[in-house]
Design a protein around this ligand. Structure first.
Ligand SMILES: [Zn+2]
Length: 82
């Protein structure tokens, strides 16, 4: 079960990206700008948690939390998390 964090600052589109804390993501923010959100079973769960407890406009990182990067989906999703 991976550990996740969310960026404390929104990106240019106004979203706070959720990342997996395994050191694999090139798009993760500086360490000081990371808000830990704990261990989660999956990316969607982590994003849902981040939206509920930290930022309403949280979204999955398109690199490390694939599958819940909702704002850049190529087609409208039938269900949005959170
Ligand atoms: Zn990432």
């Amino acid at each position: 079960m991976p550990f996740y964090f969310v960026s404390k600052f929104a990106g240019p589109e106004g979203y706070h990206d959720v990342h997996v804390d395994d050191g694999s993501c090139d798009h993760a923010p500086e360490f000081i700008n990371r808000q830990p959100i704990g261990f989660h079973l999956s990316g969607p769960q982590a994003v849902r948690y981040a939206r509920k407890h930290f930022f309403a406009r949280a979204d999955g990182c398109h690199t490390c939390v694939r599958g819940c990067h909702t704002r850049a989906a190529p087609f409208p999703k039938t269900r949005r998390y959170g």
